[in-house]
Ligand binder design. Structure first.
Ligand SMILES: [Zn+2]
Length: 343
């Protein structure tokens, strides 16, 4: 996993595919992997073109609990194996890029810290998902969006049993702590000392409020392994620490569009994260390919889709006379429409 430059990892498949009409808010189950595999592949491809170094198999919430919720538990193996195959096909599509293929496990929604039966069931779910990931020859495993440190520790333990590198990230809600009440520096220190290759934060918080938490981790000096940071694509602030804080219960996840981050916010995020020493960064829920491209460009890279980064010099009204002289005769460039603009 060692890299002189930060690794960029695009995540946010559930929300992007929801916007495109293939995932349902509420259950959030990735059965699009089986119903419309080409759609999943296309989003992988867009993220790679935007600069992601990782193709993450779309098995997020593709575990037994979630499939049971929609009456499709019998499809769990097929869904996982298909998601891994689709991700591999995209890695193979870009041989010159040396992309990493990541397996993925996540919170199960059934973790109860005092209940050994729930822990056993979770363990078994991770074992089966990682059996399929191992057989697909993944480079490492992303274990993510844990709000309970205890559940993250089970995930890490199982990943280690499979002898795979682990990137473990926590989703921290408005208490600024894990559900058990453990501080973020302590939780990440524990995961690091238990053998994770990279630890950090993802989901729940947008660029600003995730970085303020991560800053505390850096300042504590407690975590020795590389740090990860993958915010959601929504402009959370001191008043709304998480993207869930924006909405009333009846509109949860459905009225976020006007809070969507600009590409500039993700560019600024990348620079700040780099300055903090973050070695693994990307996007989560609400993030889209143009956000990933903004991260890549802020790190000085030129991903494939940079060929379509804005070039207002060629705009018919906002452009520069010299750039447009081959189509506009002298003096006709600026049409000066009353578009209105910020001064
Ligand atoms: Zn997320």
């Amino acid at each position: 996993m060692a890299s002189p430059e930060p690794i960029i990892c695009a995540e946010g498949y559930l929300f992007e595919l929801e916007r495109r009409g293939y995932v349902q808010i509420g259950p959030f189950v990735p059965d699009v992997v089986l119903s419309d595999p080409e759609v999943v592949k296309q989003l992988h491809r867009e993220f790679v073109r935007a600069g992601s170094d990782v193709v993450e198999a779309f098995t997020y919430y593709g575990h037994r609990t979630k499939l049971r919720l929609i009456g499709k538990e019998h499809l769990v193996e097929n869904l996982n194996r298909t998601a891994l195959r689709l991700a591999r096909e995209i890695v193979d599509e870009f041989p010159e890029k040396n992309l990493l293929l990541a397996g993925n496990i996540c919170n199960t929604t059934i973790y109860i810290s005092e209940d050994p039966n729930s822990k056993k069931e979770i363990r078994d779910m991770y074992i089966e998902q990682l059996t399929w990931a191992k057989e697909a020859n993944v480079d490492y495993v992303i274990a993510e969006t844990f709000s309970d440190l205890g559940e993250a520790e089970i995930a890490l333990e199982v990943i280690k049993e499979f002898k795979l590198p682990a990137v473990v990230t926590l989703a921290i809600h408005t208490t600024n702590k894990t559900i058990e009440g453990v501080s973020v520096p302590e939780a990440l220190e524990r995961l690091s000392s238990q053998g994770a290759s990279v630890v950090g934060l993802n989901c729940a918080r947008g660029p600003k409020t995730i970085l303020s938490l991560l800053k505390e981790v850096v300042q504590s000096g407690r975590v020795k392994c590389p740090l990860a940071c993958l915010p959601v694509g929504y402009s959370t602030d001191e008043e709304h620490l998480t993207f869930q804080s924006f909405s009333t219960r009846d509109r949860k996840y459905t009225d976020l569009d006007h809070h969507t981050c600009t590409r500039y916010e993700f560019g600024d995020f990348a620079k700040e994260a780099l300055a903090l020493g973050v070695k693994y960064m990307g996007t989560c829920c609400g993030g889209a390919p143009h956000h990933v491209r903004a991260i890549a460009e802020a790190l000085g890279r030129k991903p494939i889709s940079s060929q379509f980064s804005a070039n207002l010099a060629l705009h018919f009204s906002y452009g520069q006379k010299e750039s447009l002289s081959h189509i506009h005769p002298e003096g006709t460039v600026s049409k000066n429409f009353a578009y209105g603009e910020k001064m």
